[in-house]
Every structure is written in C-alpha cells, then in structure tokens.
Design a binder for this molecule. Structure first.
Ligand code: UD1
Length: 370
C-alpha cells in the first residue's frame, strides 16, 4: 500500500536518495529540512531533490513546523541531525539541541499525531571501538584506546601489550559513547524505540556505517572521509590521513542505505529492533585514499600520512550484518570500485570547495587533533 512518508532532514545526502527510492515505488514523500548552511551553502532547494517531493523548510526543533509536516503522514524516517563527530566535541550545545532535543520535539508531536512506523538513522559511532579478539582468543567488548602506543603503533593492545584483532561487531556489543555525536545518536534511537512502543507505533533504528555516493556534501569538511578526500583531490591536493592510515572502515553506498530504509519501513520483523547497516567489506583508510585518487585520475596524489590523531576517532569497527540479512533480507549490492568511479564522475561535475584546512584549524585550536 502506498504511504505518505515524512523524511526529516530529507534534503540531505541520504534523504534525497531515499526520497527517490520511495517515489519510485509509488509512495508520496514530504521532507522537513532547515537547509543548514554547512550542508546547503546557498540555502536553496537542492537540485537533486526529486521534483515530486513536497519540501517544507523548517527546523525539527520547531513544534509548529513538525506539526504541520506530520499532517496526513503514515510513516516517518528521521534523518535530521548534525553529523560531524569531531565538531560535536566543541559545538556541544548545537549538537545536543538538534540531535537530542530535535528528536524530543518530533516525538512530542508524534504522541499527538501517531503514525504507523518511525525509522531513525542511528550510527556505528555508538559502539565506540568495535569488537576485538585478543591473542588468546578472548572476545573484548569494551576496548578503549589510550592514544598512540609507546612503540608508535596505533592498534589497541591487550593487557600484555599484544595488538588486538578487529572482528565483526554485532548489535549486542556494549555501547561506548565517546563523542557528543554518539551520545545524541543513542538518545535518538532509544527515544524512537521507547516512545513508539509506548504509544502504539512501530519503531526501528539503523546503525549506519560510513555512507558514500553522489550527492555527498563535498564542502562539509567535518565528516565523510570520501567527500573530504574528493574535495582535496579535485583541488589537486593529496588526501591527508590521520594516524597511520591502517584504521579500517566499512564504506556503504547510499543506494544500499536507501534500500535498507525501505526494508526497515516495510518489514514486519523490523519493529522494535536495531540493525547494523553497511557493505560487509572493510578497508583501510590509506587503501581507500589511493583507490580514490586513482578513480579520480590523480594517482600521483600520494596520501600524506600525518601521524596525528583526531579526537574521538575510533581505530576499527567492522560490522556483523547477520541480523539485517536474516531479518530484513538486507544485503549490499553496490561494488566499491564501481561506486568510486561513479563518485569520481559526479565530483568532476561539481565545484568542490576544499575547506579541510579551515576545519582542521578549528579542531587544532581546541586541541582536538594532536
Ligand atoms: C563517523 C562516525 C559515524 C558517522 C560518521 C559521519 C564514529 C566511530 N563514526 O565516522 O558513525 O556516521 O562519522 O558523521 O564516530 N580521516 C582521515 N583524513 C581526513 C578525514 C578522516 O584520515 O581528512 C580518517 C579518520 O581519522 C577516520 C576515517 O578517516 O579514521 C573515517 O573518518 P570519517 O569519514 O570522518 O568517519 P568516521 O569517523 O569513521
């Protein structure tokens, strides 16, 4: 049955792809978005937002705007959020206000006008470090890095100084909230699960890994390493890598993310659950930087390994996707090489302002890169 779906923050990167996927299968889509300057420099309706989408420009913290936006809506996908982990460590009031309080306002209005289902974008950041295995085979859930090791290496160590090996992290791993951003994402997912259950709605949360693809905010230097690298490479600058570049991430294409949200909206078994959503392939940041420079036709731009650490960064977190696969039938489809080539093609058509130096200064000034 076609529905009317409200996507908060739907003028952003993920929301635009999701809107497209929902429209394609016959849903009606409304978007509530405040078009923040850091993501939408001109503060106008993005060209990539499908024409059929009804855009309501407003803030998720404004009860009147939310009330209006909820009129006649069957389901909600809550994406509205500030998304820079490093930035969240100094813009504490803004991040807490938009991410935590914004979700509270949304639910305050949903209590008065309940919908069938709410799906919220959570994040792998709530795990802190992922799950690791020690040399003696023990699984370690609560790994904390103390910074760089005395011998100059970066991987977390066991109590005898031996490096730990990252293993797939299931949804059941204990959380370790290491940034204001992570704290906010945890609040968002728990409010969603708690209040949908309480008020006769359905709820689900998707813990997303590193999302990439065309339409990613190239001029937002606070997040999305592929967008950050793309903006630098497009401007003839080598990617700058924190630590030694051997930290591993799972990059998932935005088309797979859009499909995961559609599954989470539809599937009977999604209700009341959290799901890891990623590609299932992890890579080192250095490898990714090299592949990207090559895909963009600049293999000469060898990544610069800075040996510096960004505050709040985790070393490794790789996903266990068995729950999403078993319950939702989710499986990522996009090949990484193909995704990078498409991203390169899209970037070539954009004017990518490289604001990385500016952002780095902001973090350095506050001792958040050292
Ligand atoms: C973080 C969050 C994730 C969130 C995402 C987008 C954690 C553990 N994860 O991912 O949940 O959804 O941001 O907000 O907090 N890097 C460089 N050079 C750069 C920029 C980044 O080497 O110029 C490195 C970082 O040190 C990191 C990796 O690239 O190791 C990925 O960084 P980024 O894209 O910012 O995302 P995460 O921190 O993985």
């Amino acid at each position: 049955m076609p529905e009317t779906v409200l996507i908060t923050g739907g003028a952003g990167f993920i929301g635009r792809h999701l809107a497209h996927a929902l429209l394609q299968r016959g849903d009606r889509v409304r978007v509530l978005d405040s078009l923040i300057e850091q993501v939408h420099p001109d503060r106008v309706r993005p060209a990539e937002l499908a024409g059929e989408v009804e855009l309501s420009v407003g803030d998720v913290r404004d009860p009147d705007a939310v009330r209006q936006a909820l009129k006649g809506v069957d389901s909600v996908v809550h994406l509205a959020a500030e998304v820079g982990v490093g930035q969240s460590m100094y813009a504490v009031d803004r991040y807490t206000s938009v991410n935590d309080y914004g979700t509270a306002v949304l639910f305050q209005e949903l209590i008065a006008a309940p919908v069938r289902r709410v799906v919220v974008a959570s994040s792998m950041s709530i795990y802190g470090e992922g799950l690791y295995r020690a040399a003696d085979g023990r699984l370690m859930e609560d790994v904390v890095r103390a910074g760089r090791n005395p011998d100059g290496t970066w991987d977390p160590l066991d109590d005898q100084g031996r490096p730990l090996t990252p293993v797939p992290t299931p949804e059941s791993k204990v959380n370790a909230l290491r940034s204001v951003y992570a704290l906010g994402k945890y609040v968002q997912e728990q409010l969603t699960l708690m209040l949908t259950r309480q008020y006769g709605m359905e709820g689900a949360a998707l813990r997303l890994w590193n999302v990439y693809g065309p339409g990613q905010a190239l001029s937002n230097p606070y997040t999305g390493v592929l967008a950050i690298f793309a903006a630098r490479i497009a401007n003839g600058q080598a990617p700058m890598i924190f630590e030694d570049g051997a930290q591993r991430r799972d990059f998932v294409h935005v088309s797979d993310i859009a499909r995961a949200f559609v599954l989470a909206l539809d599937h009977p078994q999604a209700n009341g659950e959290v799901f890891n959503i990623a590609s299932g392939e992890d890579r080192s940041i250095e490898e990714v930087a090299r592949l990207q420079a090559k895909a963009m036709g600049r293999p000469d731009l060898t990544p610069e390994i800075t040996g510096k650490a960004r505050a709040g960064d985790i070393r490794h977190c790789i996903p266990d996707l068995s729950k999403a696969e078993a319950r939702l039938g989710y499986r990522a489809a996009k090949d990484f090489g193909e995704g990078l080539a498409e991203l390169a093609e899209w970037v070539a058509r954009q004017e990518a302002k490289d604001r990385v130096a500016e952002a780095r200064k902001e973090l350095e000034m506050r001792g958040l890169v050292a």
